[in-house]
Design a protein around this ligand. Structure first.
Ligand code: NAX
Ligand code: ADP
Ligand code: K
Length: 566
């Protein structure tokens, strides 16, 4: 687990460090610049062996200040360095101005314009440093600057991405939301190189080969367009971990010393270890905790009985996939609740999964008299009408409940059903289902991001969970899981964890099954959901090309063993 920071949290941590008197802003800037140079040499070891040519593009704030440090450090390595500045030197903040002055003893600074930049073959450098905007981006770049960024983004046919190193963020990317900010119409429309219905982003594709950020990755590196434009993200320690740890209030929030803001923390599972933060350990289990008890006295019901409600004949595959996922992940007993007419189809297909005839709400009510059924899963292949008829009984039973697919559609059509959701429910919508369930939140998320911090998928998922009164797992390559109190975990399938083979029919059904199985085993809802999402991606990565949904549960034994589950 690692923590993802918002820009406000980063500022709060930096302010706390500087206020302590143990470090100055200038020292932090020097460490940041040195971190970028180090990351460049690690990424391209050949560059460390000789002197090359760099172009450094500096902006009007401290991101630009980092740029002047980088320019100086590269020149100390006898590189040829060309520096451009967007904005006036006299308005640079103090630390950036100090580094500007230091650089001016070594070389020139040219005003940043596309014309000057392209003159004299300046697009032939070995490395470009994008130090225009970082965490201080407050609105979309517009006018000539937007034009210039589009040029850097490859709009004019020159391709800089393979040699571009962004400091903290590709300039124009909102580090809270991962949205590339877009200048408002009509200017965006006038500048369109690539006409889109809602205006063109400043740039829309891969922008940098490497993005070097400081202390912790920011949410925007892993959300929305962030991964596409950052290339690769490297985090460099600049010595703020004491303050990052201390800046934690009892409920897992960052305090903002200046404004008294309380910002809930955001975690990302990026490995099998869960020990992110002592105060949140209950949320962040190690994978090893999936092991089954080795001593005497445990039996199948120790690991819970999950009931997966199945749809009509010809539509039972989705529920069977979910049930198989729940069983493989370690639920003690898994049953399918099957309509009579679908029973022959289901029984012909399953062996270790049990079946129970459930035609009606009364049948479900009867089945739930068995208190050993701890967990329910409704939705995959169920049909909307069947979901709507079984949901009232299922929700009133107050078991741990996973709601996916048709159950989500049924919920979105009936506010009375929504009102029955409770703490132990988890909704697992993809973007289309999310839009049906939470149309206003979804519209806000889809709107153009013009100013920062832009509304993010984390904001949207937290808001949806609060509105629904239960937990929500909003699927995608940047899956976000939140509970109604605002606790949130990001489960990305990006960068080194990319899992494109998951884009296959039925993979969402298996995810619902994984979460169902973990809930049956007794895990809290948020833990089961984030662990299920993590294992889902791991199974896809482990299997690789050719993956179909059936393979996901079958890959679990190998994946769990590799993650230390005994
Ligand atoms: N916070 C920290 O702990 C540290 C920050 N450092 C660097 O400082 C950066 C943050 O510095 P700042 O807060 O000065 O912010 P930035 O340097 O990212 O940008 C802020 C400046 O850009 C202007 N601006 C914002 N959006 C604009 C737009 N669309 N068009 C034109 N101008 C725009 C603002 O008015 C302000 O002058 C970080 O990204 C990082 O690179 C590092 O030096 C080390 C430590
Ligand atoms: N390209 C991709 N990379 C990583 N994960 C993906 C990708 N495409 C889809 N997924 C994941 O696969 C699952 C698909 O679920 P869903 O949309 O409900 O599909 P289905 O209904 O076919 O099962 C989600 O967990 C989603 O996050
Ligand atoms: K930048």
């Amino acid at each position: 687990m690692s923590e993802l920071l918002t820009t406000a949290q980063m500022r709060a941590i930096e302010a706390a460090a500087i206020e302590s008197g143990r470090v100055t802003g200038l020292e932090l800037m020097e460490r940041a610049g040195a971190g970028v140079v180090e990351a460049i040499m690690e990424e391209w070891p050949a560059l460390a062996k000789s002197s090359y040519r760099a172009v450094v593009l500096c902006g009007p704030g401290n991101n630009g200040g980092d740029g002047f440090v980088i320019a100086r450090l590269l020149m100390e390595r006898e590189w040829e360095v060309q520096v451009f500045l967007y904005g006036a030197p006299e308005t640079l903040p103090p630390d950036a101005k100090t580094n500007y002055d230091l650089w001016c003893r070594l070389g020139d600074v040219l005003p940043l314009s596309e014309k000057d930049f392209r003159k004299d073959g300046r697009n032939t450098a070995d490395i470009y440093i994008d130090a225009i905007f970082g965490t201080g981006l407050s609105r979309a770049p517009d006018g000539e600057l937007a034009q210039f960024l589009r040029h850097l983004g490859g709009a004019g046919g020159d391709d800089y991405a393979a040699r571009m190193v962004s400091v903290d963020a590709p300039s124009g990317l909102c580090l809270d939301s991962g949205r590339v900010l877009v200048p408002p119409p009509p200017e965006a429309i006038a500048n369109l190189l690539d006409a889109r219905p809602h205006g063109a982003p400043v740039y829309s594709d891969r922008f940098a080969a490497l993005t070097v950020t400081f202390q912790s990755a920011k949410a925007g590196h892993f959300l929305a367009e962030g991964p596409a434009v950052c290339g690769k993200v490297v985090v460099k320690d600049i010595g703020l971990s004491d303050w990052q740890k201390r800046n934690l209030a009892a409920k897992g929030e960052t305090r903002h010393p200046a404004k008294g803001l309380r910002i809930p923390k955001l975690f990302m599972r990026d490995g099998p270890k869960g020990d992110a933060d002592p105060q949140l350990r209950h949320l962040t289990y190690d994978m090893a905790m999936l092991s089954k008890y080795r001593g005497a006295g445990s039996h199948k019901f120790t690991y819970g009985h999950a009931l997966v409600l199945c749809g009509a004949a010809g539509k039972t595959g989705a529920a069977r996939l979910a049930a198989r996922g729940a069983l493989r992940i370690g639920a003690g007993v898994v049953s399918l609740g099957v309509p009579a007419a679908a029973m022959p189809e289901v029984t012909a297909q399953v062996t270790s999964i049990m079946t129970a005839r459930i035609d009606s709400a009364e049948d479900l009510h009867e089945a739930l008299k068995d208190s050993r059924i701890t967990t329910l899963c409704l939705g995959p292949g169920m049909g909307i009408a069947r979901a709507a008829s079984l949901l009232p009984v299922a929700l009133r039973a107050k078991r741990k409940t996973v709601l996916d697919a048709d159950a989500l559609t049924a919920l979105s059509q009936d506010p009375a059903l929504m009102a029955l959701l409770h703490d132990d429910c988890i909704l697992t919508p993809h973007a289309g289902e999310f839009a049906r369930l939470f149309p206003q939140i979804s519209a806000r998320l889809k709107a153009l991001a013009i100013s920062g911090p832009a509304y993010s998928k984390v904001d949207a998922t937290r808001e949806a969970a609060a509105a629904a009164g239960c937990s929500v797992l909003y699927k995608g390559l940047d899956t976000v899981i939140a509970d109604k109190t605002g606790r949130a975990i990001l489960s990305p399938a990006y960068y080194s964890r990319a899992a494109p083979w998951l884009a296959t029919a039925g993979s969402g059904d298996v995810l619902a099954g994984f979460i169902t199985g973990l809930l049956a085993r007794g895990m809290p809802v948020l833990v089961a959901s984030e662990m299920g999402a993590y294992l889902h991606v791991e199974c896809a990565r482990s299997f690789g090309p050719g993956l179909i949904a059936e393979d996901l549960p079958e890959e679990l034994p190998k994946v769990m063993r590799a993650l230390g589950v005994a």
